[in-house]
Design a protein around this ligand. Structure first.
Ligand SMILES: [Zn+2]
Length: 262
């Protein structure tokens, strides 16, 4: 998952010819918003925000039929029908939908709920803001020193802090727990599969695989942690790799990484 950088995507395509390249949702939205704001495209300033919101809905909806309906609704809009450049741009985006539209086969990819590449963006921000403090290193040797001393110490402190559960996502886990407690009907199908009743509809059951830490409920097919996984976690006592909680093994491993112990 990258932004729409031709050089980066070509390089990935060459090295990993069988990989499916997808686009970061944030960068797709950012590029569309910039397109709307170009004066030459003559999009009414008062209409830009509503067009953007409607495009965003197409991007994030998980049901393919709903995505088609939203796209048709957008292109049939009385104002948009009078904008040939915008219609053309939307049509080009539609051709690329496998790369950016969540409903176009992307829900089945194990993205663990990540639709943006903000993790990589954040590490560059740390480098610029925290390590270099928005200043230029005065020479290459100073830059090497920043990376090997300040950058190294920064990550050591952060990882130890995380391993000591000072930065864990306990509040997020509590939210899952709140709804997971209401799920009563759970049965084991085989060694690795559980059938878990929907919290909102007693006629619906989801399949949870504890070996892969995945659930087939609508929102979480991509492998994100959900209330059904939380229920199984509580029942079986294991901690899944995508859980917001840290196991004792995770904490030891993080501490070893931070301290450089093999
Ligand atoms: Zn689920």
């Amino acid at each position: 998952m990258t932004d729409d950088s031709t050089a980066e995507r070509n390089a990935l395509r060459t090295i990993f010819p069988n990989a499916r390249l997808i686009l970061c949702a944030f960068h797709v939205c950012q590029a569309f918003w910039r397109w709307l704001c170009v004066t030459d495209h003559k999009v009414d300033i008062m209409k830009r925000q509503s067009i953007m919101m409607r495009f965003r809905n197409i991007l994030f909806v998980t049901d393919p039929e709903e995505a088609v309906k939203l796209y048709e609704g957008l292109t049939m809009d009385e104002y948009i029908k009078t904008m040939p450049d915008l219609l053309n741009h939307l049509s080009n985006l539609l051709e690329q939908r496998l790369e950016w539209c969540i409903s176009s086969g992307r829900v089945d990819l194990l993205t663990r709920g990540n639709n943006t590449n903000n993790i990589t963006e954040a590490s560059i921000r740390i480098l610029k803001d925290v390590i270099l403090q928005r200043c230029k290193a005065f020479n290459a040797c100073a830059l090497v020193d920043f990376i090997t001393s300040i950058f190294e110490n920064y990550f050591q402190r952060r990882i130890i802090s995380y391993a000591n559960t000072r930065k864990t996502k306990d509040s997020i886990y509590a939210m899952f727990m709140k709804t997971a407690r209401n799920i009563k009907n759970i049965s084991k199908v085989n060694d690795n599969e559980y059938s878990v009743e929907s919290e909102t509809n007693s006629n619906t059951f989801y399949t949870v695989r504890d070996d892969l830490a995945v659930c087939d409920c609508d929102a979480e097919k991509c492998g994100r942690f959900c209330k059904h996984l939380c229920t199984i976690e509580q029942k079986s006592g294991v901690i899944f790799p995508n859980s917001p909680r840290l196991s004792i093994h995770d904490r030891i491993l993080l501490a070893r990484i931070a301290m450089g112990i093999r």
